[in-house]
Every structure is written in C-alpha cells, then in structure tokens.
Design a protein. Structure first.
Length: 218
C-alpha cells in the first residue's frame, strides 16, 4: 500500500501575481531549477551547493519558491535553500514560516490532480500534507554535499534494485544530501552500513545516522 505524505501530480497549474520583492539565498545541497513548483515539472538546469539565488516569490505553503539562478528564472524547493539569520544558516522554508525574513509575494497555485495517473507512481497521491524531504545540516550551504563522491558497492546497488519496499511519497527534489524525515521507514542492506527506501518510486541509499540520502539509485 502506498504511503502518501503530500499532494502531488499536478496536471493543470495557474500561477498568478508578479514579483514585488527579492531575498538573497543560497543552495544548501545540489538541487534542480524546475519549470514549476513541484518535482513533476521539467528540470531547467542544475543548481550546485552554495550557488547564490535570488528568491522572488513562493507558493502558499512556502515549500517551493520562484528564484533566479545565474540569470535564469525557475522554481526551487525551499527546504534546500539557506538564508543567513542572526549570523547562522537557516532553512529558507523555516525562516519564511517564522517570519524572520522580508515578506515575499505568494504565488496563487491552482492544481488539478490527474485521476488517471498510475496509482504506484509519484504523481498519483492523495491525502493531507504531513511530510517532505528535508535539508541537510545547517552548515551545508558552505559547500558540503553528502554522498556526491561516495563509493557504493555494486552488490548494494543490485540488492536495492532487486528488493523493492513499500514506497513513500515526499515533496521535494530527490537528490543526494536531502534528508528523510523521522517516521519514514528505512530498511537495512545486508553486509553494508547503508539503509534504503523507495521515495517517489525511486530507490535511495541512506546514511542511518544522519538519515541523509547518499545515492539516488537510477
């Protein structure tokens, strides 16, 4: 049975409202610049950890924001963005929720779920918004990306592919360095220190101590 953590699978989207403010931020892990506010939208270009961003507006939940990266405008997952508050890095999404950064316009998003989508896919989810992928450690904006160069045994990759587990849907880009929330089940890999899970239909390897993704298994 598919566990559902946040509504996704947008088949129709309308965004209203013009940008009226700008807030500087940076990427706290490698991430993607997307054509719309959700993982189901096309990737425009990659964003590297520590790259500078200009945030212009966010959707009502604050989880996705419109940003400018190297002159290109798109959407990025706010949990993966960092902003300096009182000389310390903070998740942009959390800072926005706490009201400790300048107010930003909120993009009006009208979404229609695709009822015909495959019930096992990441786009076919229903239910209340109760979870999302989370950012890495608070200092990650300095450039420390977990798992980018991690050497993974071939046997481990084969085991994860051959032994699917109950999938879970989480809002956010599925990238190395992202964190798996507490309460989401992760599973042991025999003869290895890593655990794994199937997130948004894709297997990922996880550091059990930090619950961070070290590899997205394609």
């Amino acid at each position: 049975m598919l566990k559902t953590y946040l509504i996704a699978g947008v088949s129709a989207l309308t965004i209203a409202g013009a940008a009226q403010a700008e807030v500087p931020a940076s990427a706290s892990t490698d991430m993607n610049l997307r054509a719309g506010p959700g993982e189901e939208f096309d990737v425009i270009s990659p964003i590297a950890a520590a790259d500078g961003l200009t945030v212009t507006r966010c959707i009502a939940s604050g989880l996705w924001c419109e940003v400018v990266h190297e002159g290109t405008t798109g959407w990025a997952f706010a949990e993966y963005m960092a902003v300096v508050v009182d000389d310390q890095y903070s998740s942009f999404a959390q800072a926005l929720t706490r009201g400790v950064i300048p107010s930003l316009p909120r993009a009006e998003v009208i979404a229609e779920l695709d009822a015909s989508a495959d019930s096992t896919g990441a786009s076919a989810v229903t239910g209340a918004a109760v979870g999302a992928l989370i950012a890495g450690p608070a200092g990650a904006a300095a450039g420390a990306v977990v798992g980018a160069e991690t050497d993974i045994a071939g046997e481990t990759m084969d085991y994860v592919r051959a032994n699917p587990v109950e999938p879970v849907n989480l809002e956010g880009d599925l990238v190395a360095g992202a964190g798996i929330p507490e309460g989401v089940d992760v599973y042991e890999v025999p003869n290895d220190d890593y655990y794994y899970a199937y997130v948004n239909g894709t297997p990922v390897l996880i550091d059990p101590e930090t619950r961070q993704i070290v590899r997205v298994v394609e």
